[in-house]
Structures are given as structure tokens and as C-alpha cells.
Write a protein that binds this ligand. Structure first.
Ligand code: GYE
Length: 304
């Protein structure tokens, strides 16, 4: 058993907690680390029987998975909603069946906060603001033209990271000249960046809502004969291994962290919820940020 995990509770009495988890997909390095954390923590030894499904970034797949868990009568459902809206009906079905729901990583947009027990994840508006504050501090007053690679349209991190960044650079001479979704993937980040490079003569900085799209942008920038991190500055969010390596190598200029290791907190929450204990409605995960020097220092001991 890894440090910090408990083997008490359900397992000791021979009763495993059946937890149905619906994951967004496998779109990014962040998602891979998040899935690993959940699968490594919600084990039999730790008292869980984990049912895991991958929605391939499609809401309809996620709704089908949730209905499946309700039909099976799992003890608790946890999921990371692909997009913010459209959950009320299926969550009402879970509630009617007496199955508690925990939101992990991404929030939903619903008037009714009795549809879930708790939401654990980062503050994405703050992440966007941290990215924007750094850009402002470094480059305000130089007439920078910025292109934005957005996350999945309608997802909480895409909406909030756009909002936070825009707030931070308001009233400066920094200008977002184009903004398009790259769906949080490296491939689409690259394609969208190729389009930006063709359409705009002057691009000074890329703000990507995750590392993977930033890494795709690096490929497009290099293919265009330009130097990422110098000719075109790059700021991203996540701080996964590949992103941190590119930052340490000077190809990215700044990364705001988003911690994907939600497994241990989810396990603790799920045990409490199933035991009928009160839990906090919102648990905010704290994030750091790294410049190139900080990335070099942090890389050797980075967990993901
Ligand atoms: O930043 C991105 C992933 O929801 C916070 O989803 C998560 C985001 C993460 O695809 O890499």
C-alpha cells in the first residue's frame, strides 16, 4: 500500500465500496496522470471495487455510463463532466435511486446543488488569472499579439481559464487576436496553431489552456521555421512531465500547475459519503506555477 492510503474501512469488514467512475477520456498527459491516480488509489486493498469507463470526450457516452452505474446500483458515482451543462436529468435519476454523486476535476453548471455531494478540483479561473498575471508582468507595454488555444468547448476548464486570463490582461496593451478550440489534444493544438500562423503575420505569444496543446503548437512553430519560447512565447496550464521538460528546455516560458492527483482525496470523500457523513461541498486543490528555472529544479522529483 502506498504511503497515506488506508486499508481499514470497507475492506476490513469484507465489504468493498462499489464506485462507478466516468472519466472524460484520454486526451492529455494530465488525464493520463489523473486516471492513474484514481486507479492506483481506488483498489480492493483500499476498500473499493472500481468500475471505470472512458467517455472519449463525449457527453452522451458519459450519460450512458452514469445510467449503467445507476442500473447496477453502485454505492457511489464519481465523474469528471466533459462539459458544464446538461446533467440535471441523469443526476436526478441518481438522486432518486439514492446513489450519491461526487464531481471530480470539472464542475457542472446547474441551479440545483443537491444533485451532487461534493466537488473536488482546482480553481480554473484562478489558474487562468495566474497565467495572465505573469504575461502582464513580463510583456505589458510591448504591444503583444496573443493567440489562445482553448480547451474543449463548453468544458469548465476552457470557460474558466479563458475568463481568468482575460480578466488579468484587461486594461493592458496585450491583445488576444485569435482564439480557437484545440480540444485539449496535442494533434488539434498543432493544427489550430498552423492555421493561426498562416492567418497572422505577427504572433508574439501563445496562451494554451493545457500543456498538450502547447506542445502541439511548438511543433507547428518549429515547422514554420520559428523558435518556440523566443520568437513566439508560450504559456500553458497543467505542468505535466512533457510540459515541464519543454519549459526546462526553453520552449515554453511559463506553466501554471493543475494537480491531477485526485485519487486519495476522492477515496476519502467516497468513504465518508457512503458512511453518510457530512462532507464539504467544494474542495479546492491548490496549484503552483513555474518559470524555466523553477521547472529545472522541480523536474527530477516531479510525480507526474
Ligand atoms: O487541464 C487538460 C485535460 O479538466 C483540468 O482536462 C482538466 C483538463 C486538463 O484534458 O489537460
Amino acid at each position: 500500500t502506498a504511503a497515506g492510503q488506508e486499508t481499514t474501512g470497507g475492506a476490513a469488514s469484507g465489504e468493498l465500496i462499489v464506485l462507478g467512475f466516468s472519466q472524460v477520456g484520454a486526451e492529455s498527459g494530465w488525464r493520463a496522470a489523473n486516471t492513474k491516480s484514481i486507479q492506483d488509489t481506488l483498489t480492493k486493498e483500499n476498500g473499493f471495487d472500481l468500475k471505470f469507463s472512458d467517455a472519449q470526450q463525449k457527453q452522451e457516452n458519459q450519460i450512458t455510463a452514469l445510467r449503467g452505474y445507476i442500473a447496477q446500483g453502485v454505492d457511489v458515482i464519481a465523474f469528471s463532466p466533459v462539459v458544464e451543462t446538461g446533467w440535471d436529468a441523469v443526476l436526478q435519476e441518481a438522486k432518486d435511486a439514492g446513489i450519491p454523486v461526487i464531481l471530480t476535476d470539472r464542475a457542472i453548471d446547474s441551479e440545483d446543488d443537491t444533485l451532487y455531494e461534493s466537488f473536488i478540483g482546482s480553481d480554473f479561473v484562478l489558474e487562468g488569472k495566474m497565467a495572465g498575471d505573469w504575461v502582464k508582468e513580463q510583456y505589458d507595454g510591448q504591444g503583444y499579439k496573443i493567440v489562445e488555444l482553448q480547451g474543449t468547448t463548453g468544458s469548465a476548464p476552457a470557460i474558466d481559464r479563458q475568463t481568468g486570463f482575460a480578466e488579468a490582461i484587461e486594461g493592458t496593451d496585450l491583445e488576444i487576436i485569435a482564439s480557437q478550440t484545440g480540444n485539449f489534444t496535442r494533434t488539434e493544438g498543432k493544427t489550430v496553431m498552423e492555421g493561426f500562423l498562416q492567418a497572422h503575420d505577427k504572433i508574439d505569444l501563445v496562451y494554451a489552456h493545457n500543456d498538450d496543446m502547447g506542445l502541439g503548437a511548438i511543433e507547428a512553430i518549429e515547422a514554420a521555421g520559428l523558435v518556440p519560447g523566443e520568437d513566439i512565447k508560450i504559456v500553458t496550464i497543467d505542468a505535466v512531465k512533457d510540459g515541464m521538460q519543454a519549459l526546462a528546455d526553453g520552449k515554453i516560458n511559463y506553466i501554471v500547475e493543475c494537480n491531477p492527483l485526485l485519487g486519495p482525496d476522492l477515496a476519502e470523500l467516497a468513504k465518508k459519503v457512503v458512511a453518510g457523513e457530512e462532507v464539504e461541498k467544494r474542495i479546492v486543490v491548490k496549484d503552483l506555477a513555474f518559470d524555466q528555472e523553477a521547472a529545472k529544479e522541480a523536474l527530477p522529483t516531479r510525480q507526474y
